[in-house]
Design a protein around this ligand. Structure first.
Ligand code: CAA
Length: 380
């Protein structure tokens, strides 16, 4: 077994780290405070090829593997988890699905600009009454000539106000339950398609999340992804890769928590010595490091399985389940190590906790990950 990263993977990791430190970290606190979308940063990440990392060069992507994507996601999320989720949605929920299941028309018209970062994508599955129970789609679409007409509402859409292209899941034949669900691409500005206000969230405040409203929105037939009735399978297959992205985001937050804790514990003194010399602190640092290593290994393994054409449904769910759990734990420990200073904005770690919590919720809650894992186990 070889755990070495390739030269290309190391290069991507280094490039992401340098960009994150120079361009993302310095303004992260301000963006969090003002809930400001990192527009310029996303533009630059697009120019550098990070918005379509796994898309083949044939469709203007960077042609990299999922392992490189994980490494880059960790670095970006370490600096700002909001940037991480914006990137994750565009790469793994939007670009991946379009390349794998989209027609040539869709790939040429929509995937190319998304992969270059000229346009931004969003993934609209969740609804007010359909979160974990995602088959219960109330959004409908019916055929009218060579168009489909969408009506309904979506919730919790990441990149909701900023995206240009939205992958929208809708019920097209209720009789067929989840085999009667279809996914469409809807362009911003299409008549009848509007969005709500940005949600005022606990964390990842500079990523924008909102509801979407569809009132007789007409979408051409060629904007169907994969085929009629395959929309739910499309969403599930795409979310497996998305979960690797969110696991990486969680690892990034956990690493940031550990790094901040190491730095602080070498500076802060109590009882006549740096707190790093107290066993109480050392035990916390050691526990955090072991958890992070485990989470990283799970995430990289899921990515490696995906890159090598092997089944990765269970492993992606395991990676997300575990990495999100330890991100919250590591952020909490980081606050504890910082004491009172951990509770104020100046020391960053309170943001890590606020940002970490959502990784246990979106792209499938921890409880859903357990269902996915158990079902895979029981398949035998
Ligand atoms: N991978 C591939 N296919 C899957 C799958 C997976 N992980 N999980 C389920 N499926 C498939 C099944 O194989 C089945 O397909 P067929 O009938 O064609 O064989 C179909 O989906 C239905 O599966 P079930 O009968 O198991 O359906 P269920 O209703 O009992 O459970 C579920 C399905 C796993 C709970 C699913 O609803 C689910 O994953 N829910 C969570 C949804 C989610 O992650 N939402 C996040 C939205 S995105 C977001 O967070 C916002 C954002 O912008 C980031």
């Amino acid at each position: 077994m070889n755990f070495d990263l390739t030269e290309d993977q190391l290069m991507i990791q280094q490039a992401a780290k340098e960009f994150a430190e120079a361009e993302i970290a310095p303004t992260a606190v301000e963006r969090d405070k003002n809930a400001e979308f990192p527009k310029e940063i996303i533009k630059k990440l697009g120019e550098l090829g990070f918005m379509g990392m796994m898309v083949s060069t044939d469709f203007d992507g960077a042609g990299l593997d999922t392992v490189s994507y994980v490494l880059a996601m960790i670095e970006f999320s370490k600096a700002d988890a909001s940037v991480g989720v914006i990137l994750s949605v565009n790469n793994s929920l939007v670009c991946y699905g379009l390349e794998k299941y989209g027609s040539d028309f869709i790939k040429n018209k929509y995937l190319r600009p998304l992969a270059k970062g000229e346009k931004l994508g969003a993934f609209a599955l969740s609804e007010p009454e359909a979160g974990s129970d995602a088959t219960q789609q109330a959004t409908t679409a019916y055929k009218d000539g060579d168009h489909w007409v969408i009506n309904g509402m979506k919730n919790w859409t990441t990149n909701g106000t900023s995206a240009d292209y939205y992958l929208v899941v809708a019920q097209t034949d209720k009789e067929k339950a989840h085999h009667g669900i279809t996914t469409f691409i809807v362009e911003k500005g299409t008549e009848g398609f509007t969005h709500g206000v940005k949600e005022d969230k606990l964390g990842i405040k500079s990523s924008d999340t909102c509801s979407l409203m569809f009132e007789n929105v007409r979408v051409p037939e060629e904007n169907i992804i994969w085929e009629v009735g395959k929309g739910f399978n499309f969403a599930m297959n795409t979310l497996n890769g998305g979960r690797i992205g969110i696991a990486s985001q969680a690892v990034g937050i956990a690493e940031a928590s550990l790094e901040a804790s190491i730095k602080y514990s070498k500076q802060r003194k109590s009882f006549g010595t740096e707190i790093a010399n107290h066993q109480a602190i050392q035990f916390k640092l050691a526990d955090m490091a072991v958890k992070i290593e485990n989470a990283k290994l799970l995430t990289l393994k899921a990515a490696w399985l995906k890159d090598n054409g092997k089944k990765y449904v269970k492993e992606a769910a395991m990676a997300k389940l575990y990495a999100s759990k330890i991100a919250v734990e590591c952020a909490l420990e980081a606050i504890q190590i910082h004491g009172g200073y951990g509770y104020v904005r100046e020391y960053l770690v309170e943001r890590y906790l606020r940002d970490a919590k959502v990784t246990e919720i979106y792209e499938g809650t921890s409880e859903i990950q357990k269902i996915v894992i158990a079902r895979e186990l029981l398949k035998g």
